[in-house]
Design a protein around this ligand. Structure first.
Ligand code: X2X
Length: 337
């Protein structure tokens, strides 16, 4: 069916009741709160699967008063566009990675300090505890609302189209794509690489056309965005732990009655916890799956990377930028950095 025909049909269907055709009443009444949510990930990522579950639950529990329409996969533009849209109210919800919202709320990048977290116990202790609270409060000051439970992106790993990264010296001059994130640029420069900030919507084609030779992302993203098609090897570096903040436009959020706010936040926070479980499960199988798709893996030790970052003054610089309170909260979850 051509798109013209399809649009014609939809148009006719929409006009019929409005014109009083057969005198039938409108079948579905518009919801009182029709909210939009945009994100940067393919539909198959657990973030989208669980968001859709939350949206269904919210529609059910609110008896149709609140509906959430999801626009996945950068349909509404890249991260920078969606961040502008959630600020001006064009969309109500957005899930920026901590790296991305840090362009607006600098302290939000605190969880992405290189090699800070060694495991998920430390991650959730920090993000469900004091570190997360400091970041949510800072997000709140920008007329945005951050839901309590952060969603998991994962530990970021480095992939290249050329030879594997075995130690920090392999980073020299490497053209690597990083998110639009000051901390990522600083970290990869500190490691001696030549980082370039690109929106996620452009990563696949930038790798395919060799604008960059490398990128870094958690394995589930490498899987769902099919980055293995345009990369050869993956170093399991675990260099950054990254998560998504589920945020809402402040005015739209305050415009919801308290009982609706509770329905929405319960559903979204529960979905976030379930999504963390999905990523944990995926992590058990994703390496084998990516191997079967042709990606090769190696396990560099973090020592040479950490030493190079220390030498470059990376930790001192970011300790100063984040400030004593946030840095102290991070260290109380992970130990002295
Ligand atoms: O852009 C990326 O690399 C991604 C998908 O991990 C983020 O959202 C930061």
């Amino acid at each position: 069916m051509s798109s013209v025909t399809r649009r014609g049909l939809v148009h006719a269907a929409a006009l019929a009741p409005a014109a009083g055709f057969l005198g039938a009443p409108l079948i579905a009444r518009a919801a009182e709160f029709e909210l939009k949510y945009g994100n940067n990930l393919p539909l198959t990522h657990p973030l989208n699967v669980r968001s859709q579950e939350a949206a269904d639950r919210i529609e059910r529990e609110s008896r149709g008063r609140v509906t959430i329409k999801i626009f996945p996969n950068n349909q509404l533009g890249g991260d920078t566009d969606m961040l502008a849209q959630v600020r001006n109210g064009a969309i109500t919800f957005f899930t920026p990675s901590a790296l991305v919202i840090a362009t607006l709320v600098p302290v939000a990048a605190i969880n992405a300090v290189g090699f800070a977290f060694s495991d998920y116990d430390q991650v959730w202790k920090a993000m469900d505890g004091q570190v997360g609270k400091i970041v949510r409060d800072a997000i709140g000051k920008m007329n945005l609302f951050a839901f309590e439970k952060m969603w998991d992106n994962g530990f970021r790993q480095m992939t290249t189209s050329g030879r594997p990264i075995q130690s920090a010296s392999d980073m020299d001059g490497l053209k690597i794509r990083v998110p639009v994130s000051p901390l990522s640029i600083s970290m990869f420069k500190g490691l001696g690489a030549a980082p370039a900030s690109l929106q996620f919507s452009e990563v696949y084609s930038a790798l395919q056309t060799r604008i960059v030779d490398a990128q870094e992302n958690p394995l589930p993203i490498i899987q769902v965005a099919k980055l293995y098609e345009v990369q050869k090897s993956c170093a399991l570096s675990n260099h950054i732990w990254d998560g998504y903040w589920f945020i809402a436009n402040g005015r739209a959020w305050r415009g919801l009655p308290a009982d609706m706010q509770k329905i929405v936040s319960d559903a979204i926070n529960d979905a976030g916890i379930a999504q963390r479980g999905d990523i944990k499960k995926l992590n058990e199988t994703v390496v084998d799956d990516l191997k079967s798709k042709g990606l090769s893996f190696n396990n560099p030790t973090p020592d040479s990377f950490r030493a190079k970052l220390r030498e470059a003054g990376f930790y001192n610089e970011w300790k100063g930028r984040f400030g004593a309170e946030a840095w102290g909260a991070l260290e109380s979850a992970v130990g002295t950095l």
